[in-house]
Design a protein. Structure first.
Length: 269
């Protein structure tokens, strides 16, 4: 399909909340913008954290309208960034979507129908609600990669297993009847997040997941206060570290820049 060759679509998804989906979506978007890329953000979490960060909580032109078949305009933040905001009503759609034909492919059809509007973007980054329901499935269905943050705990390990199983089910349930091929192409990449390097539990966690080839232990995101500050103040970690302008901020800036740079390389494959 056309958009598949002109841009990369990445969903940030997990079965659990509080693992860093929104934080990573926001900061990765800001990283890409810093690299001169054009980014479209899609907020498919009805809690609207990402929309809030960009002051884009609105009642018009939201993802809800997309799913109910209305024409919408993307919210332009600046020349490099637009957002398709969430709506607090979004979760109420689940019941109605359940009765629709091709219920997992509605957003894919919207992208096809609106390729003119989206073809200028280099990346679409999608922030999902922590679930594996119809709206999340729609987001995964259009994605090249699903990035699933893993927190360093036994829950992180458990969530990896659950998420893998859900992805497999989704692939099997979303097939073209004639060819028997799945519409779901997305590769899953697990990114350990909030890793405390000097703790035994983080080390044990990384050791335990290193056996899986889709866990990017080399892209592990460290636990750093600047991420908390980032979501509180709606500023990227890069902006915050530039403002700090001291040696330890420079070092961390370089470290995070490297992680996002490697992530960009990884998802280009
Ligand atoms: N690497 C990190 N270091 C420190 N705090 C983090 C990190 N990643 C996320 N956080 C914090 O953890 C909390 C949950 O993150 P959030 O992105 O909202 O999770 P989700 O979107 O998965 O529910 C937020 O307060 C965020 O600032
Ligand atoms: Mg979130």
């Amino acid at each position: 399909m056309l958009w598949e060759v002109i841009m990369k679509i990445i969903s940030f998804a997990a079965v659990k909340g509080g693992v860093g989906k929104t934080t990573l979506t926001f900061n990765f978007a800001e990283y890409l913008i810093g690299q001169g890329k054009k980014v479209l953000l899609v907020d498919s979490d009805h809690q609207g954290s990402l929309s809030h960060i960009y002051g884009a909580l609105t009642e018009t032109d939201t993802l809800y309208d997309v799913f109910t078949g209305q024409n919408i305009d993307l919210h332009k933040i600046n020349d490099q960034l637009s957002i398709l905001p969430s709506s607090p009503e979004l979760d109420r759609l689940e019941a109605t979507l359940a009765t629709r034909n091709n219920q997992n492919l509605l957003f894919m059809m919207w992208l096809q129908d609106n390729v003119e509007e989206i073809q200028d973007f280099d990346y679409i980054l999608i922030d999902c609600h922590p679930d594996f329901m119809t709206i999340t499935k729609n987001m995964i269905a259009v994605s090249h990669y699903v990035i699933s943050p893993l927190e360093p705990s036994e829950f992180g390990f458990m969530n990896l297993g659950i998420f893998n199983a859900r992805m497999e089910e989704l692939k099997q349930e979303t097939i073209d009847i004639r060819t028997r091929e799945s519409y779901i192409d997305a590769k899953t990449l697990y990114v350990p997040n909030m890793i405390k390097h000097n703790t035994k539990s983080s080390r044990e966690f990384l050791d335990s997941v290193a056996q899986f080839d889709n866990v990017a232990t080399d892209l592990s995101v460290p636990y750093r206060e600047v991420f908390n500050k980032s979501t509180l103040e709606n500023k990227s970690v890069f902006t915050l570290l530039e403002e700090q302008n001291n040696q330890s901020a420079h070092t961390l800036y370089k470290q995070l820049d490297d992680i996002f740079s490697h992530l960009t390389e990884r998802i280009s494959q």
